[in-house]
Structures are given as C-alpha cells and as structure tokens.
Write a protein that binds this ligand. Structure first.
Ligand SMILES: [Zn+2]
Length: 386
C-alpha cells in the first residue's frame, strides 16, 4: 500500500474515535501508541488527573535534547447543533475531499506523521524525532501544559517543534496569546431605596470594567515596534456582564467574563497587576467598609501563551526549506505553540487543511493538502540524517 493510502486509512481510524474534548481520548491514544510501538518507538502515555484523558509522547532515536517534535492535539470540537450531511465520525471521500470531524483540525496531520513512522525509523540517527499528541487543546491547551511539565521533569528540551494545525502548509511563526477570565463580585443585597445600606456588586463590576477599558486603551501605545499582528497591540474584550435580580434590589452579585489577546506576555502581566491593585486598594476597600465579607474573585479560565516571532528560529528555517515557503506569517488563532516555545523550543505552526473548515459542519481536508504534508514530512525524514 502506498504512503497516501496508508495515511488515509489511519485518518479514517482516527476520525472514528469521537474524541470531543468533553469525552475520553484514551482509545485513540492507545491506538496511536500501538502503531508507534510496532515501529519500535519508545512510547509514554501520561494520564490526566481525571483518568479519562492522556497525552502520548513517543521518541525515535536517542534520548537527547535538540530533537524534532511533531505535535498535534487529539481532541475535536463538538458536533452538536451542527447539521452534517453524513456521520461526522465516519470518514468519507468525495471529489478529492476527506470529510469528517477532526479531518483538518487536526487528525490529518497526525495521520500523516503516523504513516511516516516506518520511514522515520529507517532514517533517524543522532537527532531524535518525537511525536507529541495531546488532550484538551480546544478547551485551553490543558494537555500541552501537562506535557510541557512532564518534559521539564525529564529534563528534555526538543530543539524544534512543528505544530500541525491547519495553515494550508504555510509556515506560521507567530500568534497572540489567549487569556480568559471570569471576575465575580459579591456585595450585600438591600432595598433599592437605601443604597448606602448595601454593597451593589453591579456598580463595582461596572467600575472594574471601566478600569479595564482604560487599560485596554493604554495597551494600544504599548505595541512593540514592527509588531506584525492585526491589530498590532494587545486587545481586551469584555464578553459578558451579568448581575443583580430586579430594578429595586441592591445587586449582591455580578460577574464579568473577559479576555485579552496579548502580543507579548508583559502586556498580560501589566493588565493583571493593574487590575489587582485597583480591585484590592480601591474597590474592595470601599466594599468592605459596608460589608466586611464582600469579595472580588478572579478565576483564570485559560491562559494560552502566544507564539512570539523571533529573529532566529531554526524551525522556521527548516520548515521553510521543506515547504519552499519564502516567508513566514502570523495568524489570528491560538495554538499549543506558545507552550512549547516557553520550554525553549523553537516552534512553527504548519499543517494541512484550512482553518476555514475547522470547527464547522462538514469539516474536510483535501487529499491535495494531505499530499503536500506528506511531501514535507518525507523531506524532513531525509534531513534527519544531517
Ligand atoms: Zn486545532
């Protein structure tokens, strides 16, 4: 069977595992572990605290730093509330397109790396090749953070990483971070006619949001020179503001759901520090003069690090050579890349398929894109001898 046919077969198997982030990915992880063990890879399956999800980390070649890491997430987004023409978990090929949930985001890339494993085994020498397949990417890169922690504990730092998210095989060297928060305000209820006898959580939430919006404006002026992001500065969005019960009741609770998309980690620190100072020294102090139990709590929903473009990036150099790309780009969506960059690994995002098809009904990956990916991996295999 030729490489493309083998890849399609593996992709069909992967799509048949309904690895929606809320559900277990263990069956898919064990399937992939089996394929890699059959090739003689050293395979580590690291189970999450919940017991129903796991990461897979596998190595061909020596146990040394500086290896090449191929990375993909095993989870997919839900299919609920989407109208699919056919079963989303049965791959079907029509007119050069491979349909199925996860086909482009990002089981196609994973299938290609697995199909290439026998070739890699024959080619690997002194530079290790790693496979990293994670859980819970779609809900905040939880698995990747767990994997990064495992690698730190092992003292293993891959030299470069290729994150195979769908970029139509373009080389991506940067994206913003995505930090999401919920801030909860607890005040004291009372009659609307006697505002001084309560602590109105909605009013404090509004003042908090006002301060956040002032910080949002300040971020504009903090954009790094030559920032290539759109917009070039770190952004803030207040997505949801709720609280209170009725016109004439002092609101005892309020909640703000907000996010920021930092172009540099220092911007996120700036916002968090400024907000904390304002909350503690200003809002909370006033709230507690009336009601000592009043509180403001910040819950971190997720802090997915950005991928910062750097002047020297071996991953960019190599993958550009492999794909023939003349330039590297930045994108608007987040990936696990920043988690690996924080380890000291040089990272690019490059994978088959289009982000346009990701997360939608009738998600597909073209056979053409899958072939381009296999070509890139074949060239990578030949470079393992270098
Ligand atoms: Zn993805």
């Amino acid at each position: 069977m030729d490489l493309l046919a083998r890849t399609k077969n593996i992709l069909a198997d992967l799509i048949a595992f309904p690895t929606i982030s809320a559900d277990s990915n263990l069956a898919m992880i064990h399937y992939m572990a089996g394929l890699l063990k059959d090739q003689g890879a050293r395979v580590d399956v690291s189970t999450a605290a919940c017991g129903t999800k796991a990461n897979l980390f596998a190595t061909l070649g020596p146990e040394t730093d500086g290896g090449i890491l191929l990375s993909g997430h095993s989870d997919v987004v839900p299919v609920m509330d989407q109208i699919w023409s056919r079963d989303p978990f049965t791959m079907h090929e029509v007119d050069g397109r491979l349909y199925g949930r996860g086909s482009c985001d990002m089981k196609g890339f994973i299938a290609a790396t697995l199909a290439m494993a026998p070739d890699f085994v024959a080619q690997v020498r002194s530079r290790p090749l790693h496979f990293a397949f994670t859980y819970d990417e779609e809900v905040g890169c939880i698995g990747a953070q767990h994997l990064a922690q495992d690698l730190k504990e092992r003292g293993l730092t891959p030299g470069i990483a290729i994150i195979g998210e769908p970029t139509e095989m373009r080389v991506i060297e940067g994206h913003k971070g995505c930090y999401e928060y919920t801030t909860r305000f607890h005040g004291l209820a009372g009659h609307g006619a006697l505002p001084d006898q309560g602590v109105n959580a909605v009013e404090y939430a509004v003042r908090y949001v006002h301060h956040l919006l002032m910080l949002k404006e300040r971020l504009r002026a903090m954009a790094p020179v030559n920032s290539r992001f759109n917009p070039p500065w770190s952004t803030v969005n207040v997505g949801r503001l709720t609280g209170g019960v009725a016109h004439n009741v002092i609101a005892s609770t309020a909640q703000v759901d907000w996010e920021m998309r930092p172009v540099q980690a220092s911007d996120a620190d700036f916002v968090k520090t400024a907000l904390r100072d304002f909350s503690e020294h200003n809002l909370l102090q006033q709230m507690r003069t009336v009601h000592p139990e009043a509180s403001i709590e910040l819950e971190i929903i997720g802090e997915v690090a950005g991928l910062m473009p750097t002047d020297t990036n071996e991953a960019k150099r190599i993958v550009s050579e492999l794909t023939g790309a003349s330039e590297a780009d930045v994108v608007a969506f987040g990936t696990e890349a920043g988690v690996f960059q924080a380890l000291g690994t040089e990272v690019v995002v490059c994978g088959p398929g289009s982000i346009e098809q990701a997360h939608k009904a009738d998600e597909f990956l073209t056979v053409d894109q899958l072939s381009h990916c296999l070509t890139m991996l074949k060239r990578l295999g030949r470079r393992l001898n270098d």
